[in-house]
Ligand binder design. Structure first.
Ligand code: AMP
Ligand code: ZN
Length: 431
């Protein structure tokens, strides 16, 4: 097994020893801004109080609202002139958060990102095409830096403009791409329409992430593009991509514990969940000076995967993100996550590449409608066949989510797509 960084080979004792030292330094560093200085004073915690890994529990959580309240520079812990880059994310609500990085912060982020890419087989001889939006979104410059660090020939293609993407792939013989999964399916459709055989095209690896997706969607991306697709997880608050990444086993994402402390809590009580149970991911930066963030409540839901990984790394693995605490919706009193729906429909061969969940009022009643694209070969004129398919999808969904949805079959490529993160739920209910 080849490794990019010796930290990948550390055993648990070495990881935990490094974490204690780095957490202590991070508490000291974070205390340089008023926000954390006050928090630490209230919690009566000083750097010297961090002696064993469990001491992290004495530190209060940081929430997205905290970050918003400190926008833009409230959490700066170095002199302003030491900052060389700003990233910002507005999420769905529009109120921004910002993260400021020093040169060293960017260096260690690039190292982490290069480590992720190396882990899945990317090498300096590869041509890397980044189909992610650049600008404030971290999937652009973040992954770009990792690819350059590895020494790949790097193409900052940016998002969208599918025909140009295909031309670049062919002209430069791109062997590795980074692409949002929903856009990967759009690219696949365009390739098919243009009569391209994706197995003949050079890409062999796709890094996919930035939005929730299911195992079924990963398989579709792999089949449609003729690649191995690896799940990439990150968030702006923790740099961006490079926080957790699948290894070649494709069975859970390793969180780089030399750079982050990972905890999973019950979102209601804040207590740790039992081993293997799903809860909210909480992350702490260990290698950041510009804006360290401690015990950040990500709102992302996942669980620790038990046991060791065949790849030999002992950095904890998390399951793919099941959803977010804030993307759950309630219909007829039942809590539903979009990924439960995706899991069912994307496993069906008749279903095309896209779907949309619509929540509506029908008088006083709530309706869950699911618009599902159907592959051309199944989109037949015989109403009985279509009706049968509709019923089949509704039945399968009902057994997963316990609510009977109205299923509307639509032609392939008729639902809205974008080049950025997909919006899966349209809530038209009167509030
Ligand atoms: P942003 O900081 O705007 O890039 O958004 C980060 C958020 O995107 C995370 O908190 C997750 O909700 C989501 N996200 C990123 N990568 C993944 C992934 N691989 N799987 C599921 N959700 C993801
Ligand atoms: Zn592994």
């Amino acid at each position: 097994m080849e490794f990019f960084d010796h930290a990948e080979t550390w055993d648990r004792t070495s990881i935990e020893a490094a974490q204690v030292v780095r957490l202590r330094n991070t508490v000291e560093q974070a205390g340089r801004c008023a926000f954390y200085a006050e928090r630490f004073a209230e919690a009566k915690i000083t750097p010297a109080d961090i002696r064993v890994p469990g001491d992290i529990r004495r530190i209060p959580f940081t929430t997205k609202d905290d970050l918003r309240s400190q926008y833009p520079e409230g959490l700066l812990c170095v002199p302003r002139e030491d900052i060389v880059r700003v990233h910002s994310s507005s999420g769905t609500t529009g109120t921004p958060i910002a993260v400021c990085h020093t040169r060293n912060d960017l260096n260690s982020w690039a190292e982490l990102m290069a480590r992720c890419m190396y882990m899945v087989g990317v090498r300096r001889s590869d041509v890397f095409q980044n189909m992610s939006g650049y600008g404030l979104f971290t999937g652009g410059l973040g992954i770009h830096a990792g690819a350059e660090r590895l020494g790949c020939m790097t193409i900052p293609a940016g998002a969208g403009n599918t025909l140009r993407q295909i031309k670049l792939i062919k002209d430069f013989r791109s062997t590795v791409i980074h692409i949002i999964p929903s856009y990967a399916l759009v690219l696949a459709n365009t390739l098919r329409e243009n009569g391209e055989d994706s197995r003949e095209l050079p890409p062999r690896i796709a890094l996919i992430g930035a939005e929730p997706h299911t195992e079924q969607t990963r398989r579709r991306v792999e089949e449609a593009l003729g690649v191995k697709a690896y799940n990439s997880y990150g968030l702006s608050e923790m740099n961006g991509p490079g926080v957790a990444f699948e290894c070649q086993e494709q069975n859970g994402l390793h969180v780089w514990e030399d750079a982050y402390i990972v905890e999973i809590i019950n979102p209601e009580t804040g207590a740790y969940v039992a081993a293997g149970e799903t809860g909210e991911l909480v992350l702490t930066t260990l290698c950041r000076a510009g804006m360290p963030i401690l015990r950040y409540r990500t709102r992302d839901l996942t669980r620790f995967l038990p046991g060791g990984c065949a790849c030999g790394r002992v950095h904890h693995r998390i399951d793919r993100i099941h959803g977010r605490t804030d993307d759950m919706f309630i219909v007829k009193g039942v809590n539903i996550y979009p990924m439960q729906i995706e899991q069912v429909i994307m496993a069906m061969p008749e279903v095309g590449q896209n779907y949309l969940i619509v929540l509506e009022n029908d008088g006083p009643k709530e309706d869950l409608k699911i618009k599902v694209e159907i592959r051309d070969e199944y989109f037949v004129e015989d109403m009985r066949v279509l009706h049968g398919l509709q019923q089949k999808i509704a039945r399968r969904l009902q057994s997963e989510i316990l609510v009977t949805p109205k299923v509307e079959l639509v032609q392939s490529e008729s639902l809205p797509t974008g080049e950025g993160k997909a919006n899966r739920v349209l809530d038209l209910r009167e509030k």
